[in-house]
Ligand binder design. Structure first.
Ligand code: SF4
Ligand code: SF4
Length: 368
C-alpha cells in the first residue's frame, strides 16, 4: 500500500478513533522538564514546538515556533514501564484457619495504543518480548500487559547527539513492530501501514496518497538522521573481543568515575533485571510478594548466598557492559543495545558506553 498523507490537523481524528475502540492512548508529553510518555486525549497535548539537546550527563528542552510535535529525540523514559512495571505485587499470602493461602495478583491491563514510539524502542520491545515471553516460562504479568497493543511509530528525523541507532541497525526508521508508521513533515505525516489493524484504522480516515515530493522529503530526512549520528558501536558481535579484555585497565578507569547509581540501567529500554521481596505484616498474618526493577550496579543484585560476587564497581560496570554487548548474543541472538543513547545522557558523570567500548577495543594486542 502506497504511503498516505495525514495532515497535522487530522491527528486528533486518529486519536479519537483509538479512544472509540477502547484504547488508552499513550503519547509523549512535556513533563518535569523532559518528554515522557503518558496518557493523552488530544493532539494538543503532544510536545508541539519542543526540541531537545542531549550529551553525556546532559538533557535540556527548548521551545520554538516550529510546526512539528516530534522534532526531538527520545527522552529518558522508554515505553518499557508500561509493559514491565517498575514495581508490582506478584502474589499475597494470608494465614487462614492455620493454613497459608496464596493468592496470585494478576494485572487487569487496559488495551494500550502507543503513539510516537521510536525505532530504537520498538527494537527494545522486541528484545523484552523475547526475555519475558520467549522463554520456557512465560511471564504472566508482562504477557497480560502486552496482550492488546496498538503501536504507531514515528520515525526519528531529529536524533540527539547521544543517539547511535544507525550503527546498531535499529533506527532511525522503524521497519517492523508497528501497526502504523509515521514520518513527520512540516504540515503532517507520511503514514505507512504495518498490519491489517493499521490498514483498517487509516482506511477509516480516508486519507489522500502522499505525493512524490512528500515521499522524497521524508526519505531525505531519514537518510540525514542516520548520517548526522556521530556516535557508534561496532556492528559486530563483540563477545570474543570483550571477554578477552576482562583485566583491561579501562575497567579501573571507568570505575573511578562510575557512582554505581544505576541510572543507566533504569533508563535502558532493554534492561530487565529485577528483584523480588516479601513485605510481611508485623503481626504475622500474611505477606505481600513484590517485584521491582533492580540494577546490576546495586550491591544487593551482586549478593549471592552470603557474599558479594561483584564487590567493586569495576566488576559491576564490567558485568553490565559484558552482559549487554557480549552475553546477550548467546542468550538472545543479538546485542542488548539498540543505540538509544539514554544511558549516556542519564549518567550523572557522563560515562559514554561507545567511548568505553572504543577504548577497550583500541589496543590490538588483546585479539578479538
Ligand atoms: S545500553 Fe544505553 S544506548 Fe544501549 S539500549 Fe541501553 S540505554 Fe540505550
Ligand atoms: S555508568 Fe553512570 S549511570 Fe551507570 S551506574 Fe555508573 S554513574 Fe550511574
Amino acid at each position: 500500500m502506497a504511503p498516505l498523507f495525514l495532515p497535522h490537523p487530522r491527528l486528533d481524528e486518529l486519536i479519537r478513533l483509538l479512544l472509540a475502540q477502547g484504547f488508552a492512548v499513550i503519547g509523549p508529553r512535556v513533563r518535569e522538564g523532559m518528554i515522557a510518555y503518558g496518557e493523552i486525549a488530544a493532539a494538543a497535548e503532544l510536545p508541539w514546538g519542543w526540541h531537545d539537546a542531549q550529551g553525556p550527563g546532559f538533557y535540556r528542552l527548548t521551545r520554538s515556533d516550529a510546526p512539528r510535535c516530534f522534532a526531538w529525540a527520545n527522552g529518558p523514559q522508554a515505553i518499557k514501564p508500561f509493559l514491565f512495571a517498575p514495581q508490582e505485587t506478584l502474589w499475597r499470602a494470608e494465614k487462614k484457619d492455620g493454613c497459608l493461602v496464596f493468592t496470585p495478583v494478576t494485572p487487569a491491563p487496559r488495551p494500550l495504543a502507543f503513539l510516537g514510539v521510536r525505532a530504537c524502542d520498538l527494537a527494545a520491545a522486541t528484545i523484552q518480548d523475547r526475555v519475558f515471553l520467549g522463554q520456557a516460562v512465560v511471564d504472566p504479568y508482562y504477557a497480560a500487559r502486552s496482550e492488546e497493543l496498538f503501536v504507531i511509530s514515528v520515525n526519528c528525523t531529529h536524533p540527539a547527539a547521544t543517539c547511535f541507532c544507525a550503527s546498531t541497525g535499529d533506527g532511525p526508521q522503524a521497519t517492523a513492530g508497528f501497526d502504523i508508521s509515521l514520518t513527520e513533515l512540516d504540515d503532517g505525516f507520511l503514514a505507512e501501514v504495518g498490519t491489517q489493524a493499521g490498514r483498517d484504522l487509516l482506511a477509516a480516515l480516508h486519507l489522500a496518497p502522499a505525493t512524490a515530493a512528500q515521499q522524497a522529503e521524508a526519505a531525505q530526512a531519514l537518510a540525514h538522521a542516520a548520517q548526522v549520528q556521530t556516535r557508534a558501536l561496532p556492528g559486530r558481535n563483540l563477545a570474543a573481543a570483550l571477554f578477552s579484555r576482562l583485566e583491561h585497565p579501562r575497567w579501573d578507569w571507568v570505575a573511578q568515575r562510575c557512582l554505581a547509581c544505576g541510572n543507566c540501567t533504569q533508563v535502558c529500554p532493554t534492561c530487565f533485571c529485577h528483584a523480588e521481596e516479601d513485605r510481611p505484616a508485623l503481626d504475622g498474618s500474611g505477606t505481600v510478594h513484590e517485584r521491582r526493577w533492580d540494577s546490576c550496579f546495586s550491591a544487593g543484585h551482586a549478593w549471592l548466598h552470603g557474599f558479594q560476587v561483584r564487590p567493586e564497581i569495576r566488576h559491576r560496570y564490567r558485568q553490565w557492559l559484558l552482559h549487554k554487548l557480549a552475553g546477550w548474543h548467546e542468550q538472545f541472538g543479538r546485542s542488548g543495545c539498540v543505540g538509544c543513547g539514554r544511558c549516556i545522557a542519564a549518567c550523572p558523570v557522563g560515562i559514554d558506553l561507545t567511548e568505553e567500548v572504543a577504548a577497550l577495543l583500541a589496543e590490538a594486542d588483546h585479539g578479538g
